[in-house]
Design a protein around this ligand. Structure first.
Ligand SMILES: C[S@@+](CC[C@H](N)C(=O)[O-])C[C@H]1O[C@@H](n2cnc3c(N)ncnc32)[C@H](O)[C@@H]1O
Length: 307
């Protein structure tokens, strides 16, 4: 069955144009998901372009494997975290590459499958692991952390103003085993903000903590540049301000020759610029795309070129 339509690739043309995908190029999709971006990259790089697809979710690899069969030897897929990007690219013969894509967060395949525990709208176990072999589940965090630790996660990764009240309600409501149970506890102290469900920020925070998403992003960004050929490009799609800030600051730093504090009269760092930023402001989806795919609403795309 063709299930790839279950996740619509976000900012697809903007990514293809931004990466300047060309015939015979070599590309790495670090966040394969349902393979939507990967397939489009393979089509645009015909007849000989190659693609390395990485995802830490074995279901994404399995689905993409079936979707990408027609491209045969041009595709390599690896079920691992992108924190090992450099080692994986080297082992699979993708060093150097012409383009690297990071389309962060979770896919609709993961969100819509209640059994994965990402959704506050479908009941399921409080799991939220992208990699089902991962050590930490949301159930563990929700039931084992102290109130202060929980509040800290919810405020840090969810930017939730009611974090303390939510953490208190969670601790009082223990044990909490399912997603709907948690959503109910959160909703009892945090009201709806317009059309946004009251549990949105808390679920985002727990998901980021369970999967150590910001640590993974910080680890992959320098590697995404290290695997690029001169003139190669890196494209990053982020879905919330914490991710976007990391990407923006990384690109800004790597596009400067000196990163010494401004008060130093002479340069001591000897830092050399590696990137040229191609998107001064992040690229946003068109109104048409947001209408067709509401999940694209918060997407921001930043692109830079290796110099
Ligand atoms: C937004 S989806 C990508 C969708 C994809 N671009 C498409 O067109 O179908 C993000 C994917 O990245 C994966 N992912 C997130 N963090 C990862 C990491 N550290 N290593 C590998 N894959 C990761 C998730 O499992 C998910 O499948």
């Amino acid at each position: 069955m063709n299930r790839s339509w279950l996740h619509l690739p976000v900012l697809l043309n903007e990514v293809l144009d931004g990466l300047e995908v060309k015939a015979g190029g070599t590309y790495i999709d670090c966040t394969l998901g349902a393979g939507g971006h990967a397939r489009a990259i393979l089509e645009r790089s015909e007849p000989k372009g190659r693609l390395l697809g990485i995802d830490r979710d074995p279901e994404a690899i399995q689905l993409s494997e079936s979707q990408l069969i027609p491209y045969g030897e041009r595709v390599r897929l690896v079920g691992e975290s992108f924190v090992r990007l450099e080692a994986l690219a080297s082992a699979e013969g993708f060093m150097p590459s012409d383009g690297v894509l990071l389309d962060l967060g979770i896919s609709s395949l993961q969100l819509d499958n209640g059994a994965r525990g990402f959704s506050f709208q479908t009941d399921g176990p409080l799991d939220m692991r992208m990699d089902p072999q991962g050590e930490m589940t949301a159930e563990h965090l929700v039931n084992e952390l102290t109130e202060a630790e929980l509040a800290n996660i919810i405020v840090k990764y969810g930017e939730e103003p009611k974090a303390r009240a939510i953490a208190r309600a969670i601790v009082r409501g223990r044990p909490i085993r399912t997603t709907l149970q948690l959503a109910h506890v959160v909703a009892s102290v945090a009201g709806r903000r317009g059309r946004i469900h009251p549990a949105t920020r808390t679920f985002q925070a727990l998901r980021i903590a369970v999967n150590r998403e910001l640590e993974a992003l910080a680890a992959v960004l320098p590697q995404s540049v290290a695997v690029l050929a001169k003139g190669g490009r890196v494209a990053v799609i982020s879905f919330h301000s914490l991710e976007d800030r990391l990407v923006k600051e990384f690109m800004a730093r790597e596009s400067r020759d000196c990163v010494c504090p401004p008060e130093l009269p002479v340069c001591r760092c000897e830092h050399k610029r590696m990137l040229r930023i191609l998107t001064k402001k992040p690229v946003r989806p068109t109104i048409e795309e947001m209408r067709q795919n509401p999940r694209s609403r918060s997407a921001k795309l930043r692109i830079a070129e290796r110099v």
